[in-house]
Design a protein around this ligand. Structure first.
Ligand code: ATR
Length: 273
């Protein structure tokens, strides 16, 4: 049977095996999908061993995405832009192809929630790996403006400079931000510590959509805060997780699974509904 897995550390709580097992069942593909948690300095060897032993493809998550970028034979253009690899496929020619489906997953999830990206003003909070992966797919949707704000402003400036050939992207400090924005995407890891990015409440209005790439059994700190200040629509990153997985599954198997039912089952599994 074709073998896939996700590499991460820690990875025990990953939902990827659950999601890909449902995709396989739905599309009647024969495959198994497992977990691998190599020591941080043993990822390269573990990756080699997996493919030497017949593995067909894998996902890569924290903290290995940047290292995976350096270990594959060939990079997709979206992986090059993201500077990170979250999906690897062994091609029929024996080439390890590195791809990145995170940004495509974000855009697919935003669209499935009915969020309009074309001609919109988007505020992206954070300038780490998650922000980098999102920029090219967001700019491809032709927003009228995309502003990056980050605690460490120089990182936002660097990102804006790197992506400004793709669309109208600029960097501003949190203090400089002037609304109205149509969509705020929180790519910071602040919610992991239950913290908030230092965003002025005045930027939240009833007609704004809020997206937090993090997720949990209850609202993230950022979503609670935005709701409290009147945000009309808020979304967490669970849908992005399922959509990036669907994109990876499509890369591996050449068949696109449906995501709605899988997202519903995942929410049930997490106790969200
Ligand atoms: P990831 O790969 O998930 O993006 P990362 O590269 O470590 O992770 O980036 C984390 C991002 O969250 C950074 O933009 C970080 O801001 P700094 O560049 O100033 O470190 C941001 N971040 C983390 N905690 C934050 C907090 N409490 N408030 C605001 N931004 C925060």
């Amino acid at each position: 049977m074709d073998r896939y897995l996700v590499f991460g550390h820690p990875v025990r709580h990953s939902k990827s095996p659950f999601i890909h097992t449902l995709f396989a069942r739905q599309t009647q593909q024969e495959l198994e999908y497992g977990l691998a948690e190599p020591a941080v300095d043993e990822f390269a060897q573990a990756l080699r061993t997996f493919f030497d032993q017949g593995g067909k493809g894998c996902n890569v998550t924290v903290p290995f995405k940047e290292q995976a970028f350096t270990l594959v034979d060939c990079l997709s253009s979206r992986a090059k832009r993201a500077g990170a690899v979250n999906t690897i496929k062994l091609t029929d020619d024996g080439v390890l192809l590195g791809d990145n489906t995170d940004g495509a997953g974000l855009v697919a999830d935003l669209k499935s929630h009915g969020v309009t990206l074309a001609d919109s003003r988007i505020l992206l909070l954070g300038a780490g790996g998650a922000a980098r992966g999102a920029l090219a797919p967001l700019l491809a949707e032709l927003p009228s403006e995309l502003v990056i704000a980050n605690r460490t402003h120089t990182k936002a400036q660097q990102l804006a400079a790197e992506f400004c050939d793709l669309g109208p992207v600029t960097a501003q400090t949190y203090e400089q931000l002037a609304g109205p924005f149509d969509l705020v995407i929180n790519s910071t890891s602040a919610s992991l510590q239950g913290e908030l990015p230092p965003l002025a409440p005045a930027l939240i209005h009833t007609d704004i959509a809020i997206y937090d790439m993090m997720y949990g059994a209850s609202d993230t700190a950022f979503i609670s805060w935005a709701k409290q200040h009147g945000a009309r629509q808020s979304m967490d990153g669970l849908g992005m997780l399922v959509e990036q997985a669907a994109e990876a599954f499509t890369v591996w198997r050449g068949i696109r699974p449906g995501t709605k039912q899988v997202l519903r089952e995942l929410k049930r599994n997490l106790g969200v509904i």
